[in-house]
Design a protein. Structure first.
Length: 354
């Protein structure tokens, strides 16, 4: 596989690129150069990400034969948004080289019990030479917006031939299938409504709806619910029913799924491991370009080029992800296919219960 040297640009130059991209007044020529440096920094995470993904797939499938694993390099808009994040109204201070989720691997387990088992056996008690630098249990302590998952951040360490990558940070996410269904439904609504619901910055009605549904899903998994949502199941389900009717959720989701046109190059479906997904919500189409393992370098270059072309345009979205098959891709990233069937199935169970 082609690898990118993380030391092609110094850390100070890489952080300066992040600062330039954080500033909306940066001249276009400087911004273009900064995007090149950011793309190099992101691409350099590809090798250690593969190392963690390979292990994640092996240990998750040992616990759950239906486990699904995938990987992704973080989108430029998401990186810039995080660089601009302020805490308690203080000035944004995060540096690009400090960001912990530039590259991430995800395991989706059949249920919460198996997700916990993967976390406990393979990561808490597991024998990893890489250094754990951060851990967030959003299942025991769910985010206020309803997000639930387990996040682990590791610093890549090697005493062999890949020492240039030492110190790069890789995020591991462990989710149950139900948590995944909720999270990808949030992203689907975000795409089509143009709202940052994922960051709890969308319209209050949508934010409230997903917080309530998250608590309902948490109850199904016998996990802690979201703060300030009703503990009484009947009251909780009633509020979800009201919000669904008010927002017309099911009808909208079905219409979005039916409207999206899929354009792909999947004539040769074998040996495809990287997928460039380009979503255009104006023309309602999803373009998928596929790549073999040997074409990873081209895939990363095409990703960077596509992001530069749509920079600042909220109606477009592009992401490069790795998955073992096309089927796994659709399961891991149903939001790009506007596929909310499973979310609707669970929502209907809630709506008809009382």
């Amino acid at each position: 596989m082609k690898t990118t040297n993380p030391k092609e640009f110094s850390k100070s130059k890489t952080n300066l690129a992040g600062d330039l991209l954080r500033n909306s007044k940066t001249p276009e020529e400087d911004r273009y150069k900064a995007l090149t440096i950011l793309s190099n920094w992101r691409a350099s995470h590809s090798y250690p990400m593969h190392v963690f993904k390979k292990r994640l797939k092996r240990v998750s499938e040992k616990i759950d034969k239906n486990a699904l694993s995938a990987q992704r390099l973080k989108r430029v808009p998401s990186i810039i948004k995080k660089l601009n994040r302020r805490y308690e109204n203080n000035k944004a201070t995060m540096k690009l080289t400090q960001m912990q989720d530039i590259a991430g691997c995800r395991a989706i387990m059949s249920n919460i019990k198996l997700a916990r088992e993967l976390y406990d056996k393979s990561y808490i008690k597991g024998n990893l030479k890489h250094k754990k630098v951060n851990e967030k249990d959003y299942v025991s302590n769910p985010k206020n917006d309803g997000y639930r998952s387990i996040h682990l951040v590791y610093k890549y360490l090697s005493d062999k031939g890949k020492k240039d990558y030492n110190g790069l940070l890789i995020e591991i996410q462990i989710r149950s299938k139900l948590q995944h269904i909720w999270a990808t439904a949030v992203e689907t609504v975000g795409f089509f409504t143009g709202q940052a619901i994922k960051s709890n910055e969308g319209e209050k009605e949508w934010n409230d709806f997903f917080r309530l549904v998250s608590s309902a899903f948490a109850k199904m998994e016998k996990c802690p619910i979201i703060p300030e949502t009703p503990d009484d199941e009947k009251k909780l389900y009633f509020l979800i029913k009201e919000k669904e009717r008010e927002l017309n959720v099911i009808t909208k989701m079905k219409n979005w799924t039916e409207s999206i046109r899929l354009i792909d190059d999947l004539k040769n479906k074998k040996n495809r491991h990287f997928f460039l997904l380009e979503l255009d919500t104006i023309q309602e189409k999803l373009i998928i370009s596929t790549y073999s393992k040997r074409q990873e370098g081209k895939a990363i270059d095409d990703y960077a080029r596509a992001e530069k072309n749509i920079y600042g345009k909220k109606e477009y979205d592009v992401v490069l992800v790795g998955a073992d098959t096309m089927s796994d891709l659709k399961k891991a990233y149903p939001n790009y296919f506007m596929d909310t069937k499973e979310f609707i199935n669970y929502l209907n169970k809630i709506l008809i219960k009382y």
